[in-house]
Ligand binder design. Structure first.
Ligand code: WT7
Length: 632
């Protein structure tokens, strides 16, 4: 088993060790895994060049560490409990043996279809166990999975498939979400028409609606695996071979395909899962995230399964059929650890207490949150009403880029403070720097959050663009990884994440780039220019405020334009990226050199209509006046 600390003294001791002797520390953690060949060189790094290598020379397969490693004693233990969208449909359970067989069968089917080690396989599936089967089968044969969240539009899907060069796509006829059906295959068809890299599409039947199957390209999942053997020997992988590509938004235009590699990701997610959640044998763990985001990758699938855990996977949404659904699932499956996002907590809190009536929630031991800062009110509600004052809340800070949790309490061990991610995990060396890159030492300081030493789970590159990787994360501050988040270290040395300091907007825990939304809006034929900023939103954390410069109101008037802008954003990105507020303006505040003054737009979006600071560089102050008037 992966080593686990169980006392505060243990944490302090291990943390010290991990900082004074990082390689010795990680070598010890890594010893608990199953390697076909051990590493020659534990760590090789150069932040200047953004080159990081862990466990070089080692050979392994991550799925052997999930299946073969646990085989003797876990074969009949539940690996996945699946709760369907519609509570009247039957729950599905897969033991480690059953999941293993499905993974091996699908591995053989992929090989039969000609998928080779190192090739990218796109996955666009709803939250069903086959999604786990598909991703683990890729890992088993050495193909690189690139999962696209099933809420993304056809255009976003095709952009990602093209960028990654996916040769095969695994999708479904449709997906259930609440009382809606997402026509996944129809969306995937449109995406595949726009890219010529995908040669084969494997289609899972989920909703049963009528879809088009293109001869020579599309094949049903059941036919794809029919008659295929469940004997499969895992491909031998190098430690630094890519495991997956996952796209995320940055402050500039195009989403970035972050690449995670086999061994480092394995060691880091397994270790952090076990220590943060204090998972113990027999526990049932429920992460409500979608596998289309990194939380699902690291803490629904890999981290838990590497620990031989029972991971509960939920297909639906927290408010269907009613706002008591999560609590009902927790009671039904006797969930011990529950991991969700602040936005879900806030929206359920707003629905009122009656949804907790009759819910016992007695099985719960640990509550986790992730994705955005959690406000004190939501923290207390979660702690008092869900955890009944007896479950520690672990507020876990991390990012797609970090692969796993970086700053977080260890459940029941680290004393918590509402809205604080508290202390760094073992091996993580956070530093706070000011605008000039000067490290702020000591307590009671605030600045930008950087990490000064590598950890095994850090992303290694951006797919096809290493220079962008270096520029984005390693060029702002010398010899440090820059997270893009602001942070405060309080008088006790506790960390509190303050939110993004760049143009990334965090909407309901979904990460979106301002530029990405602006580019989508600008596709609208009547919009010449736009500026998008975030503003505080009670439920979503941040909302999206779009200022759009519209040249022609002829069709449908102002409201018509607003509606069609929303439609454009849904079509180009997905409906989760739709602005909450759209203000039509005749121009944007710019500096003499043509840069949009977002600072002013942010202030206005926050409801602040004066006090714009230094506006001497502003080209046209009347524009600001007009926007303020329009706002009031
Ligand atoms: C951004 C990363 C990590 C999985 C989900 C999001 C914000 C994440 C916290 C937290 C405050 C948080 C940061 C970060 N964030 N966790 N506990 N407290 N903020 O992954 O989509 O890559 O987004 O989410 O701003 O940079 P992601």
């Amino acid at each position: 088993m992966v080593p686990r600390v169980s006392t505060l003294g243990g944490y302090i001791f291990e943390y010290q060790k991990s900082v004074t002797n990082p390689t010795g520390f990680w070598a010890h953690v890594a010893d608990s895994f199953f390697w076909r060949k051990k590493w020659d060189n534990l760590l090789n790094w150069d932040f200047e060049k953004a080159e990081i290598k862990w466990f070089e020379g080692a050979k392994l397969n991550i799925t052997e560490n999930i299946f073969e490693r646990h085989q003797f004693y876990r074969a009949n233990q539940k690996a996945i409990i699946w709760e369907p969208n519609d509570p009247s449909e039957a729950t599905r359970e897969l033991t480690y043996q059953q999941l293993f067989d499905e993974v091996k069968r699908f591995s053989n089917a992929l090989l039969k279809a000609g998928v080779k080690k190192g090739e990218v396989v796109g996955i666009y599936l709803p939250m069903v166990p086959e999604l786990v089967v598909a991703m683990l089968a890729c890992a088993r044969i050495g193909a690189i999975h690139s999962i696209v969240f099933a809420g993304f539009s056809a255009q976003s899907l095709s952009d990602r498939l093209i960028d990654a060069g996916a040769s095969l796509l695994i999708t479904a006829d449709g997906g259930f979400r609440g009382n809606k059906i997402t026509p996944l295959k129809a969306i995937a068809d449109e995406a595949m028409d726009n890219c010529n890299c995908v040669k084969t599409a494997v289609v899972l039947k989920r909703t049963g609606e009528t879809i088009q199957m293109k001869a020579g390209r599309d094949i049903w999942w059941d036919d794809f695996v029919a008659g295929v053997s469940t004997d499969h020997e895992a491909e031998l992988m190098d430690a630094e071979d890519p495991l997956f590509v996952l796209y995320t938004s940055g402050s500039t235009g195009k989403p970035k395909g972050l690449v995670h590699t086999v061994a480092g990701f394995m060691v880091f997610t397994a270790y952090t899962f076990r220590n943060v959640f204090q998972y113990g044998d027999g526990d049932v763990y429920f992460c409500s995230a979608d596998i289309g985001w990194v939380t699902g990758h690291s803490y629904l699938v890999y981290g838990p399964l590497l620990n031989g855990a029972t991971s509960l996977m939920f297909e639906g949404i927290p408010t269907f059929p009613d706002a008591g659904r999560y609590w009902e699932i927790i009671d039904k499956h006797q969930v011990n650890q529950f991991y969700t996002a602040p936005t879900a907590i806030r929206s359920l809190m707003a629905m009122g207490m009656e949804w907790l009536d009759g819910k016992r929630l007695k099985s719960l031991k640990v509550l986790g949150t992730v994705g955005e800062p959690i406000n004190e009110e939501a923290w207390h509600w979660y702690h008092d009403h869900i955890g009944k004052n007896r479950c520690p809340v672990v507020d876990t800070w991390w990012q797609t880029e970090t692969g796993g949790i970086m700053i977080s309490p260890l459940a029941g061990i680290t004393p918590t403070k509402p809205s604080y991610a508290t202390m760094p995990l073992m091996g993580i060396q956070p530093v706070i720097v000011d605008q000039d890159g000067k490290e702020l030492t000591g307590n009671s300081v605030e600045g930008n959050l950087c990490i000064k030493y590598p950890w095994p789970g850090i992303a290694r590159t951006i797919w096809g663009d290493h220079e962008r990787f270096r520029q984005t994360y390693f060029s702002t501050y010398k010899n440090m990884y820059f997270s893009g988040d602001g942070v405060k270290r309080d008088e006790d040395g506790y960390y509190r994440i303050l939110g993004r300091v760049d143009d990334v907007i965090n909407v309901s825990g979904h990460r979106l780039g301002s530029a990405e939304i602006e580019n989508a809006i600008n596709e609208h034929p009547l919009i010449s220019e736009s500026a998008v900023v975030g503003f505080p939103h009670d439920i979503k954390g941040q909302g999206i405020y779009a200022y759009v410069v519209c040249t022609n109101f002829s069709t449908g008037g102002e409201e018509g334009i607003r509606q069609s802008v929303l439609l454009t954003v849904s079509k180009i990105i997905g409906s989760f990226a739709k602005p909450d507020k759209i203000q039509l303006v005749s121009g944007l505040p710019k500096t003499r050199s043509g840069k949009i003054m977002r600072r002013i737009l942010r202030k206005i979006a926050e409801g602040n209509t004066s006090d714009f600071g230094d506006t001497t560089t502003l080209l046209d102050p009347e524009v600001v006046e007009e926007i303020v008037q329009g706002k009031i």
